[in-house]
Design a binder for this molecule. Structure first.
Ligand code: SAH
Ligand code: SF4
Length: 345
């Protein structure tokens, strides 16, 4: 296949166009990063010959499946790279924001029991360009089609698709750099979600950008957490909490704690009380998500009244908490689930 535009470091575009006038690289950069288009033929100020040359060299993947749900307010893409890796991204429109959830790895090696991506295992890291291309693709889509009742501009980017971003540190870092330096995306609009890769959290704290950090906790004592999140045996809760505290210190950005509500597993008042203590120490916000059931475990989401009771305990301790809506549940838009279904069937 040869080279692909989004896999080239933006700074090196010029070398690619050495036979063209020097302003060409600037024009191309504009189309790739500032006003992404779905196809090279839409790069209207480039000569036709060049547009034809670039036609098959724009995206590092093909669109294999597109699904939409919630009356068009949720759209999910399954992309496929030439070497067969699956990448998924989900676009979610709200009245005042349009959020894109992106993947950092094809699969994930960390094996959290309730996660479809984890159940499937690790395929490979995504390149920085493959991560950035998900953002550009969503922008091109919004530019062309908009989003009903939501801003037509991407307002938030969350690393909550497939993979553990901090286990692919260097490429994820580079993708964030490209978004900030080349795509006019503010660091404050970006959220990195981690299950607690402590060295990665510490490295991220030392970066110059105030990106948001979300820590997927799911359990508030080591015994339960090690069952749900195998990585907890390597980086136990106290270490994760210390790294989150250091992040807050360094960035003055409120960390959020993510908690997938699993019926009868981690939804007791006792867990809520322990979680409240951690959240209090971290000045953190707690995001609850009802479990999206996966094929490999019999686990179910906590019932609504249990979620309310859990939230009541948190609030009694002065903790801010929100229940994340399970967008696109009917299209498995939670975490790596479309892919499992495709491979299984
Ligand atoms: N690896 C990172 C980011 C990707 S997972 C992390 O774990 O944080 C993004 C979020 O989806 C995490 O908070 C994770 O706990 C949640 N998640 C995973 N599987 C889920 C499921 N089956 N139902 C609901 N949320 C799930
Ligand atoms: Fe990996 Fe996150 Fe899924 Fe755990 S929840 S297996 S870290 S993607």
């Amino acid at each position: 296949m040869g080279w692909v535009l989004y896999l080239i470091e933006p700074e090196l575009l010029e070398t690619l166009l050495s036979n063209e006038p020097s302003y060409r690289a600037g024009q191309l950069h504009e189309w790739l990063y500032r006003h992404p288009v779905q196809a090279a033929e839409h790069m209207t100020n480039l000569p036709k010959v060049l547009r034809d040359d670039l036609a098959d060299r724009l995206w590092p993947f093909e669109v294999e499946v597109v699904q939409s749900a919630d009356g068009g307010a949720t759209r999910k893409w399954l992309f496929r790279t030439p070497d067969g890796a699956a990448i998924e991204a989900v676009l979610m429109g709200y009245p005042r924001r349009t959020t894109l959830c992106i993947s950092s790895q094809a699969g994930c090696a960390l094996g959290c029991t309730f996660c479809a991506t984890g159940q499937f295992g690790f395929e490979r890291h995504l390149e920085a360009g493959e991560i950035v291309a998900q953002v550009a693709f969503a922008r091109a889509h919004l530019e062309a089609h908009g989003m009903k009742n939501s801003p037509d501009r991407l307002t938030n980017i969350v690393f909550m698709g497939m993979g553990e971003p901090l286990a692919n540190y260097v490429r994820v870092r580079e993708s964030i750099r490209r978004m900030i330096d080349h795509m006019d995306i503010s660091a404050r609009a970006i959220t990195v979600s981690t299950v607690g890769v402590v060295p990665g959290m510490r490295r991220l704290a030392a970066e110059p950008w105030p990106v948001n950090l979300a820590v997927s906790l799911h359990a508030a004592d080591d015994e339960l957490r090690s069952k749900l999140v195998p990585l907890n045996r390597r980086y136990p809760l106290a270490d994760v909490e210390a790294a989150a505290a250091a992040y807050f210190e360094a960035k003055h950005r409120r960390v959020s704690l993510e908690w997938t509500m699993i019926d009868g597993v981690n939804d007791s008042d006792d867990q809520a009380t322990k979680l409240a203590a951690i959240a209090y120490r971290l000045h953190a916000h707690v995001n609850l998500i009802a479990l999206n059931p996966t094929p490999l475990t019999p686990d179910l989401p906590s019932p609504p009244d249990r979620i309310e009771a859990f939230q009541a305990v948190l609030r009694r301790h002065g903790i801010n908490t929100t229940l994340r809506d399970t967008r696109g549940r009917d299209i498995d838009a939670a975490c790596g689930q479309l892919r499992v279904r495709k491979s299984a069937g």
